[in-house]
Design a protein. Structure first.
Length: 157
């Protein structure tokens, strides 16, 4: 799994469109944005700045999104919101209704300033997802401290 840059997606889409002019149009997969836990209800996009680790408490590196119905997959979106390039340590987890969780993404991502990407995550058969968690920041990679980003998640049928 890797985040794909929007430029790559546009290039691939243009190439596919040119090659498939005679092909039947593809049906768009219905997806719905998930609400962030603790959000104000005004937006499903969370904007944060990576803070340093806090010796007296936990840093606010985690963001959870509510899952209220079963989906077959999830799209996780990340955009660098800073004006200079940085490497963002990103981890993503599916949290299940039985209290267990599964790490589905764990990479350092270095997008161009103002750009980002997305990754598709499939569900686990027999498990009911209750939340999607995205963690941006790590004690072993403090170089991104102070940089701002935007994240969101869609559930897809």
């Amino acid at each position: 799994m890797r985040f794909v840059s929007p430029r790559s997606v546009l290039g691939l889409a243009a190439g596919a469109a040119l090659m498939g002019l005679a092909a039947a149009p593809a049906m768009a997969e219905p997806c719905t944005f998930l609400s962030p836990v603790g959000g104000d209800g005004a937006t499903n996009i969370v904007t944060k700045t990576i803070s340093p680790g806090n010796p007296l408490g936990r840093p606010n590196w985690n963001t959870d999104f509510f899952v209220t119905k079963p989906y077959s997959s999830y799209k996780l979106f990340f955009t660098a919101n800073s004006s200079v390039s940085a490497t963002y340590p990103i981890q993503a987890f599916l949290k299940f209704s039985d209290g267990s969780s599964l790490q589905v993404y764990n990479k350092n991502f270095t997008p161009d300033p103002g750009s980002g990407g997305s990754v598709r995550v499939k569900t686990v058969p027999g498990k009911l997802v209750s939340q999607v968690n995205i963690k941006v920041g790590a004690t072993d990679n403090m170089a991104a401290t102070g940089f701002t980003y935007r994240i969101s998640v869609q559930g897809c049928y």
